[in-house]
Design a protein around this ligand. Sequence first.
Ligand SMILES: Cc1cc2nc3c(=O)[nH]c(=O)nc-3n(C[C@H](O)[C@H](O)[C@H](O)COP(=O)(O)OP(=O)(O)OC[C@H]3O[C@@H](n4cnc5c(N)ncnc54)[C@H](O)[C@@H]3O)c2cc1C
Length: 466
Amino acid sequence: MTAFRLIVVGGGMAGLVAAHRLAMLGLRPLLLEASSALGGAVARHRVAGIELDAGAESFATARPAVSQLLAELGLGEDIVAPAPLGSWLRHAGGTDPAPRTALLGIPGRLGDPDVRRIIGGPGVLRARLDTVLPPRIAAPTLGALVRRRMGTRVLERLVEPVVGGVHSADPSLLEVDAVVPGLTAALGSAGSLAGAVRALRGGRTAPGAAVAGIRGGMAELPLALAAAIIGNGGEIRCGTAVSALEQTPTGWVLWGGGERLTADAVLLALPAAPTRALLAPVLGGSALPAAAEPATPVTLATLVIDDARLDAAPRGTGLLVSPRVTEIGAKALTHATAKWPWLAASLPPGRHVLRLSYGRGGFDSVISTSVPPDGALPSAALLDAGALLGIELREQDVRGSAVVHWPGSLPQAREGHTAAVARLRGAAASFPGLAVAGSALAGNGLAAVVADSEAQVTALVDRIRH
Ligand SMILES: Cc1cc2nc3c(=O)[nH]c(=O)nc-3n(C[C@H](O)[C@H](O)[C@H](O)COP(=O)(O)OP(=O)(O)OC[C@H]3O[C@@H](n4cnc5c(N)ncnc54)[C@H](O)[C@@H]3O)c2cc1C
């Protein structure tokens, strides 16, 4: 096996985790990344002299994969919980703390005051139908499921802001089990959607308990993975975009960075569009629907502001914004210095970091999905931030700003996604030396991507060895 040449294409989290696992097995993988930096949507930038996450800034803790990986890489001591301030929702009826027992906005306890405050008495009455409807009253998309079981108020005021913020997409487009794995089965066993949410949340009801971060930022993770890959005999080449993949009688040929590379086995860990482009000649078009799903382009505007009024964290760790609130362009605001005490402690008193994200897929009948142009964005973001936080923020207090684009890193797992992924993976598995990973198949979020990449490596190595 040691003479075996394994190439991983894509140096985002999926590719890095795959290469790390392969290197740990002594398989000395070669990792090829198109850009000059590793990590993909887990990236770092410097704003007003502060090193900040430019993409993902936390991970879900419901599944243990990311925490275990961090512990293995020696970063276990640096795992941090967000400040227990909770987040808020800006919905058509106002601005309120987000319900504490919800999952992607779906409430677990319909009678709680934080649910009633947002959906009102009639909304609660309608939502309670969920507890008497038989579990077979379900639907293939998350939006349709919530509407059928809990009604329009729950969908529009609780679920749309959260799913529009986290997945950048209309829940009415997204497949239930692709975005909340296990929800359909839990509905069957719990008998209601609220019961299913409680079962999947387990005992986690404290604000912020569902996510964690890393002291120093999530961008510590790709750095640690790259060091481990190289330390275990792997090789990494940045600035190498792979433009073609071809099967040969003995393995694979890849064209990357003007070079022809040969491999015995290949693992693709790319966004949907390049996955499709590379696999189409190998698998044929019919096996590709999962990888063809659209990704929502997302733009992140970061503001560093000196304003002591923000010390009070007026909206907790941040807000998710309903697409029905048409006067606000942002889909979400993270008050990073309120959320992460380590970050606040590293800055002078009164200095704050706000992250506003823009870009939603779907909701076409509700909102315009256009994002302000880059030149106008810092000012537009400042206005949005002031409106969301209830403080008139001033241009002269802004110490720095940055705009980052993520065109392909948030795919939409639409209806039919799970079956399409199974078809694609089935087709790829008929080649002993081919595997496909990444969020276009695994779903959004580091927890899903890390666990899936590890599983794909296990399956690939198993196929190679037999
Ligand atoms: C703004 C933003 C914020 C997010 N926040 C969170 C969060 O807080 N928590 C969370 O859990 N998740 C978050 N996510 C989602 C999470 O970051 C992603 O699900 C995950 O990082 C995707 O990893 P990936 O490796 O599948 O894809 P990517 O990160 O997209 O990596 C793919 C890599 O492939 C490379 N590539 C592309 N084409 C080629 C080619 N032809 N040849 C070689 N290389 C190529 C790209 O340059 C890139 O480095 C966020 C995403 C975004 C965009």
